[in-house]
Design a protein around this ligand. Structure first.
Ligand code: PLP
Length: 388
């Protein structure tokens, strides 16, 4: 579908396939394989001489609709859908890297992504150097002749640090490396990394793309040339998105713009309120003028997004008191849900890293992360005020 349509239109109309029944809502093709008219057609499909579906580990029409819709929104030539956000990152790395290659990654990335680089890829001869999300000079200094990939996530989790995609992309281009951006927190509604020079965009569709906390999925997006080996890895090894999950995501995307705007408006209001609370030492939210990279955030993203973190005075005991006194918010590590979730990063999502590394990353014992949902903000405030 052409790029001349606005995002909210693409979210509804891009990537449609209609069957002979002329259904209006996208169909769910729950089938593992597809049949052929003849032995000759089967042969042509298998050697790639004729386009068409063969087997759902390779392609499936519902998954293809999801891929085309997300590609239209990100402005990408191609999208490869995967079974989770982690398998999207794995597929991108396995497709594009080989033993002996070097990766430079932001130290403020998702915990499982750190483990993937440190524990999984390392076994296969791919080394990773972790650098500051915000200090571009560190990215340049970490470059080696073997550097093939830069990897970052912006805003970061949970401190909402903003990486300058354009500046880091310039460093990557200077050394012939690719830049991959995990766009999970913003979605293409708030941030389009390709416009700032990214080569690859990664999604955990589990979060805002579903938006209602139902299923896991992921995606890798980029040029046809870059996606060819990524798809090749997926087709052979099988971390494919299920048709059912693709169908859930297709429906989720239809309301993505409305939801991202509502999440952002609620988060901004909550962040202002938190800043006015006596027992809150500091609030981390890119939409607040007090955020150290507020200006960059407002240039790169449309809004501050839906994630707010704050430091409670009194350390872990005080943070747990706030969490345990909530009656409405869900105590869970997931994010991007219509329901507000609350997490204590130091003892959950970031518990497996050393206290020293945690302190260096700025994740204090009093830190709380809220993924602001779509409830009335006053109800969220009252729920937090009890423990504060
Ligand atoms: C959740 C998350 C992932 C991993 O996605 P899964 O779908 O849980 O595998 C990767 N990156 C970010 C930023 C995330 O929040």
């Amino acid at each position: 579908m052409t790029e001349s349509y606005q995002p909210e239109t693409l979210a509804l109309r891009a990537g449609g396939v209609q069957s002979q029944f002329h259904e209006h809502s996208e169909a769910l093709f729950l089938t593992s394989s597809f049949t052929f008219d003849s032995a000759e057609q089967a042969a042509k499909r298998f050697i790639g001489e004729e386009p068409g579906n063969i087997y759902s580990r390779f392609t499936n029409p519902t998954v293809t609709m999801f891929e085309e819709r997300l590609a239209a929104l990100e402005g990408a030539e191609q999208c490869v859908a995967t079974s989770s956000g982690m398998s999207a990152i794995l597929s991108a790395c396995m497709g594009l890297l080989k033993a002996g290659d070097h990766v430079v990654a932001s130290q403020s990335i998702f915990g499982s992504t750190v483990n993937l680089f440190n524990n999984v890829l390392k076994k296969f001869g791919v080394e990773t150097t972790f650098v500051s999300a915000t200090d571009v000079a560190q990215w340049q200094a970490a470059v080696r002749p073997s550097t093939k990939l830069f990897f970052l996530e912006t805003p970061s989790n949970p401190l909402t640090e903003i990486s300058d995609i354009a500046a880091i992309s310039a460093v990557a281009k200077g050394c012939g490396a690719l830049l991959a951006v995990d766009n999970c927190f913003c979605t293409p509604i708030l941030q389009r990394p390709f416009e700032f020079g990214a080569d690859i965009v990664i999604h955990s569709a589990t979060k805002y793309i579903d938006g209602q906390g139902r299923v896991l999925g992921g995606a890798v997006l980029g040029s046809k040339k870059l996606m060819e080996p990524v798809y090749g890895f997926l087709r052979t090894t099988g971390p494919t998105m299920s048709a059912f999950n693709a169908w859930i995501f297709l429906k989720g995307i239809e309301t993505l713009k409305l939801r991202m705007e509502a999440h952002s408006a609620n988060a901004l209001q909550l962040a202002h309120w938190l800043e006015s609370q006596a027992n809150v030492a500091r609030v981390f939210y890119p939409g607040l003028p007090s955020h150290p990279q507020h200006a960059l955030a407002m240039k790169q993203q449309k809004t501050g997004g839906g994630i707010v973190a704050f430091e409670v005075k009194g350390g872990k005991a005080a943070a747990w008191r706030v969490i345990d006194n909530t009656k409405l918010l869900s105590i869970t590590a997931n994010l991007g849900d219509t329901k507000t979730t609350i997490t204590h990063p130091a003892t959950t999502t970031h518990a497996r890293i050393s206290p020293e590394a945690r302190a260096a990353a700025g994740i204090g014992d009093g830190l709380i992360r809220i993924a602001v949902g779509l409830e009335a903000v006053v109800d969220i405030q009252n729920d937090l005020a009890r423990g504060l």
